[in-house]
Design a protein around this ligand. Structure first.
Ligand SMILES: NC(=O)c1ccc[n+]([C@@H]2O[C@H](COP(=O)([O-])OP(=O)(O)OC[C@H]3O[C@@H](n4cnc5c(N)ncnc54)[C@H](OP(=O)(O)O)[C@@H]3O)[C@@H](O)[C@H]2O)c1
Length: 271
């Protein structure tokens, strides 16, 4: 005789929502889950990207939402509240080459809104949704519900001269860690990804079409493998590639003033 959980669970195809899934690592993860047989929904703001996904991957569901617009976020979350899901990945991000001092008001507002404020809204909403599903045992079979966020290795270093990007990713790492503990009693997994450079179009565009000079840059496909391993192994904070992990770990052991001086002289060099 089947339990209620087994009975409910086996009826579903697992469903993933990827916020920031219209390009780069988010889209690569969307395609990967699609190939694994998941039902996939992606969120982004760029109409051209959404149209391209609609024609290239007609079975992917697309949602247009500008994460810097509070009304659009509320509408999106309201729409998605009627949708059951098993995994959510927050991959939306805004990054620039500029140092924090060079950000104008608009860039600064945008970076904070996408990398931190919208992330917090989406994670808060998603955790409530998964908790409700937990009460009704409404998950796909053999699929532990999970919340994943794409931070950055930049957020793993603690130093005063850090950029707004690094500080917002650091806050994301800390937030994900708190959610992981809070959602443990509900058996909901929370994993945070802190990767080094990934060879995405966005990184190319920021570097005049060539990001090959970025240290230890990895392919998008390699990044997908790393992210999936981190999820499958229930890693709290996945830092990769390994070479970058060792370097940041070493730097974090230095006295703060020295670390600050090293990074300041490195980061302020014209590239
Ligand atoms: N590439 C790297 O080297 C690297 C390294 C470490 C961490 N990361 C992180 O990985 C994530 C993805 O980066 P990526 O290189 O793959 O860049 P990407 O291709 O630009 O992906 C960013 C995603 O965020 C979405 N997004 C941006 N602004 C948005 C807005 N206002 N409203 C809704 N969605 C918005 C984009 O969708 P629309 O354009 O459709 O709005 C896109 O789907 C980011 O969080 C980034 O910080 C990247």
């Amino acid at each position: 005789m089947k339990t209620h959980a087994e009975d409910t669970a086996e009826n579903h195809t697992p469903h993933i929502i990827i916020v920031g899934g219209t390009s780069g690592i988010g889209l690569a993860l969307a395609v990967h889950h699609h190939q694994l047989g998941w039902q996939v929904s992606v969120v982004g703001s760029n109409v051209a990207k959404i149209e391209s996904i609609n024609s290239q991957y007609p079975t992917l569901k697309t949602y247009a939402c500008d994460l810097t617009d509070d009304t659009q976020i509320k509408n999106l979350l309201q729409t998605l509240s009627s949708v059951r899901f098993d995994r959510l990945i927050y991959s939306a991000g805004s990054y620039l080459n500029e140092r924090v001092q060079h950000l104008n008001q608009a860039d600064s507002d945008k970076m904070l809104a996408i990398n931190l404020q919208a992330f917090e809204q989406v994670f808060r909403w998603a955790s409530e949704q998964l908790k409700q599903q937990h009460q009704s045992l409404d998950f796909a079979k053999d699929c532990r519900p999970s919340l994943i966020c794409i931070a950055s290795i930049a957020g793993t270093m603690d130093y005063p001269y850090a950029s707004l990007y690094a500080k917002s990713k650091r806050a994301m790492i800390a937030t994900a860690s708190a959610y992981r503990l809070a959602l443990d009693p509900y058996d909901i997994q929370v994993t945070c990804i802190a990767s080094g450079y990934i060879d995405t179009q966005a990184l190319h565009d920021l570097n005049d079409g060539d990001a090959s000079h970025k240290p230890f840059i990895m392919s998008v496909q390699m990044a997908v493998v790393e992210v999936m391993q981190a999820i499958d192994n229930d890693v709290e904070l996945a830092i990769f590639p390994r070479s970058m992990r060792y370097i940041t770990r070493t730097l974090n052991h230095l006295p703060k003033p020295l670390l600050n001086w090293i990074l300041r002289s490195k980061l302020d060099k014209p590239s």
